[in-house]
Design a protein around this ligand. Structure first.
Ligand SMILES: Nc1ncnc2c1ncn2[C@@H]1O[C@H](COP(=O)(O)OP(=O)(O)OP(=O)(O)O)[C@@H](O)[C@H]1O
Length: 549
């Protein structure tokens, strides 16, 4: 079946299956040969299927949160290597791009020194702005904004400046103790089993601590209009705290619940903003790994801001990564690949198939997740749903032709989804490579076109769905500063957090907010060496703080 031409398709390119060459629709009218078959024909949804598969609008309003509970452990493949984030690296951001290079260099990171107060300091008089490491006593809690795997996110007011922040709390005990440890221990039969479990437990623990530092380290060294800002971090006896920029428009998830699905132009707008953030992260050697509507917040102007960097990872290609623990050098592996190690990675509905399979993956996995996010915004749920990663993986593997794409989407949108949602990462659109550069050399000597396989080589930014996006202004941050997004959140009072779920805003925080004096008891206590969270505290430079308030 051929697709019908419409005016929106005037500049879309598709792969010609016979020659594997790109066919531009600019020229399609003048072609004498038949039009190339559109790859999505096999997986287009019929009206009947659509009615059977999709829930009526009123049901769409109750979306299931793909929460931390849905995160999953993935067993390591036999040959794994471990790439750790060097938290002591003097300059983790070594390779910043475009206009944000300068800005990021200006974010002075103040690592805690010997002066760090491990014990909470006493409340200070309100006319003196603290210059040393902040403590929980500096902030007045207002209401709960959200809840994650290791603790709550609370809207707080700085008692010195009256500024509002989002305080992300992570319970040290939750990081240090894994509930599965006990179960595994009970099942152990021999001493060898116990030793093996002990070894694995130590590796898992290192991993969880490493992730905690990753979020603080990555956020403290990045500055991008579509990425949440970190102003301070500190810890006390029971918790770690990240003091983040408060993003008052709430989760995209919240707005999706209100709207059910979004208009294509709105979806394209968010796709462009997320892509800018992802490209920026990738250029800095960071894989985000947890793209989902809950982690996309809207600011007061309606621009999308990525939050939750707890699963982000510095990649192998970055020079500042400490690769000393690598034990294998499989030459046939893509050098961009990162190898998993008993990782809890992403949320299964949005995770790339290679991650679900526990295989090597690279930054390309984020573009698959972008495909899932777009699908979710357009359809009302991600392409594959299920209670655990095995169910989802089975569905992906069974679907030879790829996910079912609803017939009512524009051809351009179908094309975008098709290329991002390719289960084979080598066939998926390599958006980082084809961001805005000219296509790679497709003309060989003698004028013959070179076969480029089934890879998409058109420029991402030139795709038809982005025809209304001013990439230059968006990439410079000027657009986010001066223009409004398609959904401008209603905010009558920033302290009311009206755009957050009442499930959270009605939660009590009083019992837990100030429990810093309670030391970690029992098992976790024995795991805390004096150094385990040392180096966590941070304060952004004065100029950075001033720039963002
Ligand atoms: N800077 C912020 N401003 C406003 N709300 C925020 C901010 N950061 C997080 N939140 C809210 O808190 C929720 C949980 O935050 P976050 O995802 O960072 O926690 P988490 O523990 O990593 O969660 P998960 O375990 O689900 O990944 C978010 O979904 C969002 O609703």
């Amino acid at each position: 079946m051929m697709f019908s031409l419409d005016e929106e398709l005037s500049s879309v390119t598709f792969i010609d299956n016979d020659t594997s060459n790109e066919v531009s629709l600019h020229n399609i009218n003048s072609r004498e040969e038949p039009l190339p078959a559109f790859e999505l024909n096999d997986n287009l949804m019929t009206m009947d299927e659509h009615l059977q598969t999709f829930t009526p609008p009123e049901e769409k309003r109750t979306r299931r949160r793909s929460s931390a509970l849905a995160k999953f452990p993935v067993l390591s493949p036999a040959h794994t290597r471990r790439i750790s984030i060097s938290t002591n690296s003097p300059n983790v951001v070594s390779n910043l791009t475009s206009s944000f290079r300068q800005a990021a260099n200006e974010i002075a990171v103040e690592e805690e020194g010997n002066s760090e107060a491990d014990e909470p300091t006493l409340f200070q008089p309100s006319d003196t702005r603290p210059t040393s490491v902040r403590t929980i006593n500096d902030f007045k809690p207002i209401r709960v904004l959200g809840k994650g795997a290791y603790g709550k996110v609370i809207l707080v007011k700085d008692k010195f400046s009256t500024k509002l922040y989002a305080m992300k709390q992570l319970k040290k005990a939750e990081i240090l103790i894994n509930d599965n440890d006990k179960k595994e221990e009970d099942q152990a039969e021999t001493t060898a089993d116990i030793e093996e479990i002990e070894k694995k437990r130590q590796v898992d623990l290192d991993k969880r601590i490493e992730r905690t530092f990753a979020e603080r380290t990555i956020l403290s060294q990045l500055e991008h209009p579509n990425i949440v800002k970190l102003f301070y971090s500190f810890h006390d006896q029971s918790k770690l705290y990240l003091i983040l920029q408060y993003i008052p428009g709430g989760e995209l998830f919240f707005h999706l619940k209100e709207h059910g699905t979004l208009e294509e132009d709105t979806v394209a707008f968010y796709a462009a903003e997320v892509s800018c953030a992802l490209k920026f992260l990738h250029d800095n050697g960071i894989v985000y790994r947890d793209l989902k509507p809950e982690n996309c917040l809207l600011n007061q102007r309606g621009h999308l801001v990525l939050t939750d960097f707890g699963l982000s990872k510095k990649g192998a290609t970055d020079k500042t990564v400490d690769n000393s623990e690598e034990s294998h050098s499989d030459s046939d592996m893509d050098k961009d690949d990162i190898y998993t190690l008993h990782s809890i990675i992403g949320t299964p509905e949005y995770a790339a198939p290679e991650i679900l399979q526990g295989l090597a993956y690279n930054k390309n996995c984020d573009w698959y997740s972008l495909g899932c996010l777009l699908y979710d915004m357009l359809v009302g749920k991600p392409p594959y749903t299920g209670n655990n990663h095995k169910v989802i993986l089975n569905k992906i593997q069974k679907d030879k032709a790829g996910p079912r794409i609803p017939y009512y989407l524009s051809e351009g949108m179908k094309d975008m989804l098709n290329w991002l949602l390719k289960k084979d990462k080598t066939k998926r659109w390599d958006v980082d490579k084809y961001w805005k550069e000219e296509p790679v050399n497709v003309v060989q000597k003698g004028g013959k076109k070179k076969k480029v396989g089934k890879q998409r080589i058109a420029k991402f930014q030139s795709h038809i769905i982005f025809r209304r996006i001013d990439w230059k202004r968006m990439e410079s941050g000027d657009f986010q500063r001066t223009e409004l997004g398609p959904i401008v959140p209603i905010i009558t009072d920033w302290e009311l957090a009206e755009n957050f779920d009442t499930e959270f805003t009605s939660m009590s925080f009083e019992d837990h907010y100030m429990e810093e004096g309670i030391p970690i008891k029992g098992k976790a206590d024995s795991l805390v060496t004096p150094d385990v969270f040392k180096g966590f505290s941070f304060k952004a430079s004065k100029s950075y703080l001033e720039r963002h308030f």
